[in-house]
Design a protein around this ligand. Structure first.
Ligand SMILES: NC(=O)c1ccc[n+]([C@@H]2O[C@H](COP(=O)([O-])OP(=O)(O)OC[C@H]3O[C@@H](n4cnc5c(N)ncnc54)[C@H](OP(=O)(O)O)[C@@H]3O)[C@@H](O)[C@H]2O)c1
Length: 511
């Protein structure tokens, strides 16, 4: 990770390497990887000695491949595309028609890599990017190893980036990790969670540990509770086939929401090194109190969307979505109340919620501070003072706001809730990013701080495992919510029972 946590123009170009993308004709490559590589190239952060080999089944020539990715770039770029930058980059892209399961794919790849290394002087460094369905992870890594492609020599490196999901439960995550360990060291494996590519997510650590202001308050003495919301306004769109097997809990909680939870609640690491940071994140996830299946109903709400309107668009019933079973009991919304068993957080609930077809796209971490202890303003009892929230807005906008009470001007002492706002774009300017830039750059530089380690992944699955167990018995607790709402009433009641409520997500923006 660069010192300022993002590859800025002040950072040096990444190390020379060849990048091999499995699944190079897919959505992820066109929509996210190539625009991110383009942004790196435009910022001078890609090595001169760089080349990319893409593998997929489609019969494409190098020229077809470059044209296809050029179209994707124009569709998904975060700013105007400079043809000179793109053309120079595209000349380094090559295509290999391949079947991931055929051994000759890997002998062909070895040959192609040797040619590319010779032409572009990439120094023997290779980044394998598995932009494929997870069922291929094990066999691709096995065959790369069989072909001798994962072996590192003294002066080069071989690294593998995996896209989530990392297993679909604890047992499958453990099996995947064990399989990867047969052929790779943990240092060679980079499990990507694109949430960690977002500036505001990386900034959580800076906010907490580079300021004297917040950390003294960041504990059970001053914080009443924490809310983490990852709300999507879209329905399942074209992902019905995958999503109906996964559901909101599996798809979002052990990865994205737990990454936000871990960064918010972890202890200070001894340094900003990959292992120090990842050890603290793992310790935090290990401290999440594992529910007993009998406790699940009281701590977890699961729900499925029905027909409704989101932002003027009508969404059908989830069960009427393409490739979703008509009698599906898959949840599209989940809300959880978690507790963390350590000294810092004893007695502080963490409420997490995520769902599809919600009123607005919004990801935020809201830290609610305790009320003032005494009502010296007689006309305004303590419980009617505006609550103090520190809110880390992750998307769609990247900003931080602080909400507190202020006196309304005038002779009488009247109070109103007001806010202070720090907006990333307004303050720092700069172009928009895909979010993958930092992650790809960091992997090329050998910095795994923002990637998930195997023990972190397993700790996350361990914490949610009893929920799956409880849900496998019965579907009685599956409730409904209309598309375009903030989820079911039961999610409000989850906090209501504790005398709390979700912070409204419809707040002012950077403006
Ligand atoms: N798309 C996203 O936004 C996104 C975000 C986060 C994570 N992910 C994860 O990233 C992975 C890839 O997603 P995606 O959306 O890019 O999938 P996709 O659009 O279905 O693309 C899959 C790619 O893999 C190739 N492929 C599949 N089976 C193959 C085989 N046996 N041999 C050779 N090539 C094969 C396909 O080639 P052909 O086209 O030639 O068949 C295609 O290029 C998935 O695990 C997904 O969960 C995706």
């Amino acid at each position: 990770m660069a010192t300022d946590l993002t590859p800025s123009p002040n950072a040096p170009p990444a190390e020379p390497c060849a990048m091999v993308v499995f699944g190079a004709a897919g959505d992820l490559t066109g929509r996210l990887l190539v625009p991110a590589l383009y942004n790196l190239a435009a910022a001078g952060l890609l090595a001169e000695k760089f080349a990319l080999i893409g593998l997929a089944r489609a019969p494409l020539t190098d020229a077809d491949f470059r044209a296809q990715l050029g179209e994707a770039l124009h569709r998904y770029a975060t700013g105007a595309v400079d043809p000179a930058v793109w053309n120079a980059l595209a000349q380094r892209f090559f295509y290999l028609e391949a079947n991931f399961e055929a051994p000759d794919t890997y002998t062909g790849l070895r040959r192609r890599l040797a040619e590319v290394e010779g032409e572009f002087n990439t120094g023997g460094n290779v980044l394998f990017y598995l932009a494929t369905a997870p069922e291929y992870f094990g066999s691709i890594v096995d065959q790369l190893s069989w072909a001798g492609l994962t072996r590192e020599q003294t002066h080069d490196w071989r690294r593998v980036i995996l896209e989530k999901p990392f297993g679909h439960d604890l047992a499958s995550a453990q099996a995947l990790n064990a399989r990867l360990r047969r052929d790779l060291t943990e240092e060679q494996v980079y499990r990507i969670d694109h949430y960690l590519g977002k500036e505001t997510v990386q900034n959580i650590l800076v906010l907490r540990f580079a300021n004297g202001l917040f950390e003294p308050l960041w504990n059970r003495n001053h914080i009443d509770h924490v809310q983490i919301t990852v709300a999507e306004s879209v329905g399942v769109e074209k992902r019905g086939g995958y999503y109906d097997r996964a559901g909101a809990l599996r798809d979002m909680v052990p990865n994205h929401l737990f990454q936000l939870l871990a960064l918010t609640a972890m202890e200070p690491p001894t340094c900003f090194g990959a292992d120090a940071v990842r050890t603290e994140k793992t310790k935090l996830l290990e401290a999440v109190q594992v529910l007993k299946p009998a406790q699940v109903a009281a701590h977890v709400v699961r729900a499925q969307y029905g027909a409704g309107t989101v932002g003027g668009h009508t969404l059908p019933d989830y069960r009427a979505e393409p490739r979703v079973a008509p009698d599906s009991t898959t949840e599209t919304f989940v809300a959880l109340k978690l507790t963390i068993d350590n000294w810092r957080w004893a007695g502080v609930p963490f409420y997490l919620r995520t769902g599809k077809a919600l009123a607005r796209r919004s990801t935020e971490i809201a830290i609610r501070f305790k009320q003032a202890p005494y009502a010296m303003f007689r006309a305004t009892p303590v419980e009617r003072l505006a609550p103090n929230y520190l809110v880390l807005h992750i998307q769609p906008e990247e900003r931080i706001s602080l909400e507190f009470s202020a006196k309304v001007p005038g002779p009488a002492v009247h109070m109103a809730g007001v806010g202070m706002d720090f907006c990333y774009n307004r303050h720092f300017g700069g172009g928009r990013a895909i979010g993958y830039e930092t992650l790809i750059y960091d992997c090329m530089m050998g910095d795994a701080t923002l990637f998930q380690r195997s023990d972190t992944v397993e700790a996350a699955w361990r914490a949610v495992e009893p929920i799956f167990e409880a849900w496998s018995d019965s579907t009685a607790d599956l409730v409904a919510y209309p598309a375009g709402s903030w989820g079911p009433q039961q999610a409000q009641e989850l906090l209501g029972r504790d005398g709390r409520q979700w912070r409204g997500a419809d707040h002012d923006s950077c403006g």
